[in-house]
Design a protein around this ligand. Structure first.
Ligand SMILES: NC(=O)C1=CN([C@@H]2O[C@H](COP(=O)(O)OP(=O)(O)OC[C@H]3O[C@@H](n4cnc5c(N)ncnc54)[C@H](OP(=O)(O)O)[C@@H]3O)[C@@H](O)[C@H]2O)C=CC1
Ligand SMILES: O=C1OC[C@@H](O)[C@H](O)[C@H]1O
Length: 371
């Protein structure tokens, strides 16, 4: 372990909703109900996270958020607008936790103010918006990343290692589903999952996770040689409540000189999660990832014997303190510290791939660019 002082990284938090709360709770300075900090179970002694400012549409809400999560830390500024956070000289990076339909305008404003940005998934509602943000990030020379937190969890890193180390052979078919019953007939039509104006629907909210596993195990596989996927096809069922997509299935093929693999992906806001949430089927075995697929705590590797049948299984468990969002926060701090403008693990190419696939699955008119 290095004896150098940790790099202090100061966050500006945009919005005070569910995910902004979970993200801030994960910081090492804030302890969970067991009085352990997430830092006690991860190797992150080189960075330390601080909240410098919180921006909300209401200053009272911003102050309540600070009081609830930090016991009223007086050094944290509460602002009644997001713009004040973007302008704050004490903020190193802005975390955006607003509904999807606001990601574009919030991220653009933060980037134009010269801030590094971590923006919740889905990074935007379409490719056109994302390309515009990438151009702005380049122009203003800032770090920019989609908050695909699952990519940074230790379990994902181990799945990737096993998928690529060769014992199982090449991947052939990946099946992944993320479903969650939002009880849509009993929530207001203004809920972000139902409201088209907030980017409602299953694909944009839940679709990033099954797709993430396909990107990790198929797109990132060295045998794919960074080849873009083909045969992107989807179908969806829309809810009559607000006409957003409630159930979506989509297929993607990854075919390169050395790889021929397919992903069969789905998501739903009316069904319960299915177990296992992800099955990666290789020439000589399987990796089964247990639900929830956004922060799984275990996976099982099945190995085929000489007779071509599964004859050995190994279950792997992963435990850490906290909800799991702190791993991506560490990545952002380290990238900024090291002068990087994108993450090597979830870089701009992967967000672009995600948006390109979603654009093809969605009818073009659903989420028109906000400019
Ligand atoms: N990575 C993960 O695990 C998760 C990611 N997410 C992502 O985070 C984003 C937000 O989700 P979630 O936290 O569940 O949403 P919430 O509805 O709980 O919070 C959204 C917040 O955005 C702000 N906001 C700004 N404009 C609006 C508006 N017009 N309507 C409603 N809220 C608005 C509000 O904060 P204020 O009033 O303070 O300005 C509000 O509290 C989504 O993009 C979602 O995909 C969600 C859950 C988990
Ligand atoms: O990112 C997410 O993960 C968990 C889901 O329940 C939530 O709706 C989604 O935004």
């Amino acid at each position: 372990m290095s004896s150098a002082a940790p790099f202090e990284f100061r966050w500006g938090i945009i919005s005070t909703g569910a995910i902004a709360t979970a993200f801030v709770k994960g910081y090492d300075t804030i302890q969970d109900e067991t009085h352990n900090s997430s830092k006690s179970s991860r190797d992150a002694h080189d960075v330390i996270h601080k909240v410098a400012a919180v921006g909300s549409r209401s200053v009272e809400k911003a102050q309540e958020f600070i009081d609830k999560l930090t016991g009223g830390d007086k050094s944290i500024k509460a602002f009644g607008t997001y713009d004040e956070v973007y302008a704050d000289k004490d903020v190193d990076a802005v975390y955006i936790g607003t509904p999807h339909a606001y990601h574009y305008e919030n991220a653009l404003a933060a980037i134009k103010a010269g801030k590094n940005v971590l923006c919740e998934k889905p990074i935007t509602c379409n490719t056109a918006e994302l390309k515009s943000l990438l151009a702005a990030a380049k122009e203003h020379n800032v770090f920019f990343m989609e908050a695909v937190w699952t990519r940074f969890q230790p379990l994902s890193l181990e799945v990737k290692r096993i998928a690529e180390e060769g014992t199982l052979g090449l991947p052939v078919l990946l099946q992944a589903d993320l479903s969650g019953d939002f009880n849509i007939y009993n929530i207001p039509a203004t809920h972000r999952i139902l409201d088209p104006a907030l980017g409602g629907g299953a694909l944009l909210d839940l679709g990033p996770y099954p797709l993430f596993w396909a990107i990790l195990a198929l797109y990132e596989n060295p045998a794919n040689n960074k080849t873009q996927p083909t045969n992107i096809k989807g179908s969806m069922i829309k809810t009559p409540i607000t006409d957003v997509d409630s159930n979506v299935v989509f297929n993607v093929s990854f075919c390169a000189a050395k790889l021929s693999a397919q992903a069969s992906l789905s998501c739903s806001i009316t069904l319960d999660p299915i177990e296992p949430g992800v099955a990666i089927r290789f020439e000589r075995g399987n990796i089964l990832i247990h639900t929830p697929i956004y922060c799984p705590k275990s996976f099982t590797v099945q190995y085929k014997g000489k007779n071509g049948r599964i004859d050995r299984e190994e279950k792997r468990l992963f435990q850490y303190v906290g909800g799991g969002w702190h791993f991506q926060a560490d990545e952002v701090a380290r990238c900024v510290r090291d002068g990087k403008k994108e993450s090597e693990h979830w870089g701009h190419d992967k967000s672009l791939l995600e948006m390109t696939i979603f654009d093809e699955v969605f009818p073009a008119s659903s989420f028109a660019p906000k400019f």
